[in-house]
Write a protein that binds this ligand. Structure first.
Ligand code: ADP
Length: 253
């Protein structure tokens, strides 16, 4: 719990700082991109080598924009986390599988779902989607040569047997996570993906899950695969949101 608290404070501090910076970066980047488009059309297709260079610059600009978008999602979740509602897990999982189908197909990932009829959880639907998409895309990337992605959901209870919410398990048979990396994967900017990673996916995921009173844990065996356990609060149990600034419940449980 101590570690969790330190993590939340760290994320909040980084969030405040980055929101401003990310926002300021967006404008000049948009201007550069606009000017580049003008250059491209003025030069025409004849200027082949220069066009190639422009393409490379474009790719790097796209990368900056991706990082900025993720930073803003991470730093200003309030922008789209306006309200919570009672959300059924199974249809959200199916939506997310549709949205990530190309990532999964590209890597020949077989998908298995065990989705029991579970109690609704109280969460922001869009943010839950974002959480699942992050986990599914990471799983797909961890299985470049194919494998199995398993998504399972069941109700879970507190130690005294009181129904508490839904546990969602996201398991892959991918490369796994080295034990020395395990403690760092939820840290902002921690990535092992060099140029293709931002290291923000799991810190966004962690922040969202925490915000709704949930917990996320990970277990992994290098070479065998990785398993994320997500515990989300059912509607009646949810307590975390209303104290947060700007927080609004759509209806009460
Ligand atoms: P990114 O995907 O941009 O690197 P994340 O925060 O989503 O950022 O993930 C951080 C790191 O955690 C990844 O670079 C990877 O090393 C590790 N990781 C996350 N999910 C998995 C997974 N399912 N299997 C193996 N490694 C993973």
């Amino acid at each position: 719990a101590q570690q969790q608290l330190v993590m939340s404070e760290k994320l909040a501090a980084i969030g405040e700082l980055t929101a401003g910076v990310a926002h300021e970066v967006n404008n000049p980047v948009a201007v550069i991109q606009g000017n580049l488009d003008v250059m491209k059309s003025v030069l025409g297709p004849a200027a082949e080598p220069v066009q190639r260079e422009i393409g490379l610059i474009h790719a790097q600009i796209d990368r900056i924009r991706l990082i900025v978008t993720k930073l803003l999602q991470f730093a200003r979740p309030g922008d789209f986390a306006g309200y919570t509602e009672a959300v059924d897990i199974a249809p959200v999982v199916h939506d997310c599988l549709v949205l990530t189908a190309h990532n999964l197909d590209r890597n020949d990932v077989e998908v298995v779902t065990h989705l029991e009829a579970t109690a609704p959880v109280e969460i922001n639907r869009g943010e839950l989607q974002q959480v699942l998409i992050n986990l599914i895309v990471n799983a797909a990337q961890a299985m470049p040569d194919g494998g199995t992605l398993t998504l399972a959901a069941h109700d879970w209870s507190d130690a005294d047997g009181t129904p508490a919410g839904v546990e969602l398990v996201v398991r892959d048979t991918g490369v796994g996570i080295a034990s020395e990396d395990l403690a760092a994967i939820f840290d902002p900017f921690f990535t092992t993906k060099k140029d293709s990673g931002t290291g923000l996916g799991l810190s966004v995921t962690y922040t969202i899950v925490e915000r709704y009173g949930g917990r996320i844990t990970v277990a992994s065996q290098p070479g065998e695969g990785t398993e994320f356990h997500l515990r989300l609060r059912r509607q009646a149990e949810f307590q975390g949101g209303p104290e947060a600034p700007g927080f609004m419940r759509r209806w009460k449980g």
